[in-house]
Design a binder for this molecule. Structure first.
Ligand code: MEV
Length: 438
């Protein structure tokens, strides 16, 4: 049965929960209890969270962990990670320690350009539109001065605006393709404000442009929006060491491991099925830091995967090689991040994360995030090419299974002890626990 309601957004939070509990739950009292137990008793803090979005009824917790011992460009960091998947934080920490003992991570920001577009229709000759565009181009800058003043003070602003002819792909379709530097802010609001002004300027100027016919004067703006594809906002992170230092385990030959590792990365470069999972491992690290620092992980995800496909095939974001007995592993990722604006000054835990990272600039945060992605990728591919992923994974997962089955402290000790040296699977753990209980 579908439930319909009018004016839901106007209800108070309690009324919203009442309606949901009664409409969808066999036991409304229990449903209400589940939702309200996540309310924060600090009313100011709760109100802050309620107001981040619309129709808020409760908070949805994610664990917040930290990975210490990251050495990036000679500076030490403890990296905040918000993520629900077990073993990710442990893997990042292990990789940080491993590479910390081998000179640490090197990271460089390659460029920081962001893009926004005004998509519009024009019925007329391109040459005429081009002349018009070149004539009015200074007006785009003049009309956005209010929005750009502060950004310019910080060294950012509009870099360029170009006219693009897309009529070979869609009739009458053109773009204003603008590039921006938004310094330490992610810049979505700034870019969209500028673009919407460009759109107005475009329409108004066209209207008054005497060389245009009546049809040509009627430029139709379809939309104005930033692009989350940021192939010119890229950071590179890298690790390297002599091949003979590649193993900490007496049972693992360092050269064999290094070669196997490089092959595994090469597979992800040419095989899309593997590349997606390989990159997912990278995103385990990237998303966790992006979330903990209050950035938009959907934007980052969308941009990263588009970048991974820029050759026309989806490929690995990381690369590895052995040259002159030196193993090198690196990543290049587009990351549009901010350390001011947005949630960064609103969410207390975001402020905490940024402070723990030493209040980095956006460029420094790009480096930290890329490094975490590379570390995560290193840990995953190392497990995959040596012990297999399940060993470490299931050990961490065992705790989740035990919690799901409300294991007592004593039961946990017994189960963890038993599975220390034996194969772990969900059903084996559950069977063992049930046997214990009989
Ligand atoms: C699991 O969350 C991530 C991995 O699948 C990544 C990979 O396969 O490289 C382990």
């Amino acid at each position: 049965m579908t439930q319909h309601i009018k004016g839901f957004s106007k209800l108070t939070k309690e009324e919203k929960i009442d309606w949901i509990a009664n409409a969808y739950f066999v036991n409304p009292t229990e449903a209400k209890q589940i939702v309200t137990q996540y309310w924060n008793s600090n009313e100011t803090l709760q109100k802050l969270h309620d107001e981040f979005i619309e129709n808020t009824i409760t908070n949805f917790y994610l664990p917040y962990g930290v990975a210490p011992n990251f050495n990036i460009n000679g500076k030490s960091y403890t990296v905040p990670m918000a993520i629900e998947e077990s073993s990710v934080v442990a893997a990042a920490s292990k990789a940080a320690k491993f590479w910390g003992e081998r000179g640490g991570f090197k990271a460089t920001v390659i460029n920081t350009e962001k893009i926004g577009q005004v998509h519009f229709l024009f019925q007329g000759a391109f040459e005429k539109l081009e002349t018009f565009f070149n004539t009015i181009k200074p007006q785009f800058f003049a009309d956005t001065q209010n929005a750009t003043k502060n950004m310019q003070k910080r060294g950012g602003g509009i870099l360029d605006i170009q006219l693009k002819n897309k009529t070979h792909e869609l009739p009458n379709y053109y773009q204003l393709h603008a590039t921006f530097n938004t310094k330490d802010s992610m810049g979505a609001n700034f870019i969209n404000t500028c673009l919407e002004q460009f759109a107005k300027t475009l329409e108004n100027e066209a209207h008054d442009y005497e060389a245009f016919t009546e049809t040509e004067k009627n430029i139709q703006v379809i939309m104005s929006i930033l692009s989350n594809y940021v192939p010119n906002c890229v950071v590179r992170a890298e690790v390297s060491c002599p091949v003979d230092q590649m193993s900490e385990d007496a049972n693992i030959n360092p050269r064999e491991f290094a070669e196997k590792f490089v092959t595994a990365v090469n597979i992800a470069e040419i095989e899309p099925y593997r590349a997606v999972t390989h990159n997912k491992g990278i995103m385990n690290g990237i998303d966790a830091v992006v979330l903990a620092t209050g950035n938009d992980f959907r934007a980052v995800e969308a941009g990263v995967h588009a970048y991974a496909s820029q050759s026309g095939q989806y490929r690995s974001l990381s690369h590895a090689k052995i040259e002159n007995d030196i193993f090198t592993f690196w990543i290049e990722v587009p990351l549009a991040l901010g350390t001011i604006g947005g949630l960064t000054s609103l969410h207390p835990l975001v402020k905490f994360s940024l402070q723990m990272l030493g209040n980095p600039s956006a460029e420094e945060l790009m480096q930290i995030v890329a490094v975490t992605g590379l570390a995560q990728n290193f840990a995953a591919v190392r497990s995959l090419t040596t012990t297999g992923i399940q060993q470490g994974h299931m050990k961490m997962h065992i705790n989740n299974i035990l919690n799901q089955h409300q294991a007592t402290k004593e039961e946990k000790i017994k189960v963890l002890d038993y599975f220390k040296n034996t194969t772990i699977s969900h059903s084996l753990v559950v069977d063992y626990l049930e046997n214990l209980r009989q």
